[in-house]
Write a protein that binds this ligand. Structure first.
Ligand code: TMP
Length: 206
């Protein structure tokens, strides 16, 4: 068993995960817990290179299976190089997306199947699972409205609205399946209010 604390953050594109992760790390660090902030796909040299392939709009013809395997490959490297060592050192790992993103985007929205995705990822996870997952719930429309302020959309963001609706709905379904681990918060609430709720969930862990 690892000594650290592993918390993942999930939700549609533009749901404010990055801001909340940063605020939570400030809270934990102030209490003396060293934090490692990372993201998926990415967080290591190899995983960032895989991220480049996954999000490159030039790769529009990628098969859904290849996509799922590439996300799992990026995850395997992040687990081995960053997450596992940090947890063994007793640190808190705050991860922007983890395996639940694959369950929702590839398993549900692409239709590969949630069980199939979790099974595929067992090999990548090496027994590592988040103790707590914060799901920032945002309607697909609001998520895209926030994102369209960006100059250019990546391969996943440029999927049609119907895909993003499946993602938003998929997260709600997944949260219902594992209510003990996955805590849903309305992402349209003020940033400080969301952070208060997250801190409450984290404090309730021990
Ligand atoms: P982000 O860094 O903006 O969240 O970009 C990552 C994109 O990849 C986002 O659209 C969600 C998607 N994604 C998956 O489809 N499956 C996964 O397993 C992960 C981690 C992300």
């Amino acid at each position: 068993m690892s000594k650290g604390l592993f918390i993942s953050f999930e939700g549609p594109d533009g749901s404010g995960k990055t801001t909340q992760i940063k605020l939570l790390s400030e809270y934990l660090e102030a209490k003396g817990t060293e934090c490692v902030l990372t993201r998926e796909p990415g967080g290591t040299k190899v995983s960032e290179e895989i991220r480049g392939i996954l999000l490159d709009r030039a790769n529009a013809g990628m098969s859904y299976t290849a996509e799922a395997l590439l996300y799992a490959a990026a995850r395997a490297q992040l687990v081995a190089e960053v997450i596992k060592p940090a947890l063994n050192d007793g640190k808190a790992v705050l991860c922007d997306r983890f395996v639940d993103s694959s369950a929702v985007y590839q398993g549900m929205a692409r239709g590969l199947g949630v069980e199939e995705i979790y099974t595929l990822n067992e090999f990548a996870l090496d027994g590592i699972r988040p103790e707590l997952t914060i799901h920032l719930d945002l309607s697909a429309e609001e998520g895209l409205r926030r994102k369209t302020k960006q100059a250019e959309l990546d391969r996943m963001e440029s999927e049609p609205d119907s895909f993003h609706r499946l993602v938003a709905e998929g997260y709600r379904e997944l949260a219902k399946l594992e209510p003990e681990r996955i805590k849903t918060i309305d992402a349209s609430l003020p940033v400080e209010e969301i952070q208060e709720m997250i801190r409450g969930f984290v404090d309730g862990l021990k």
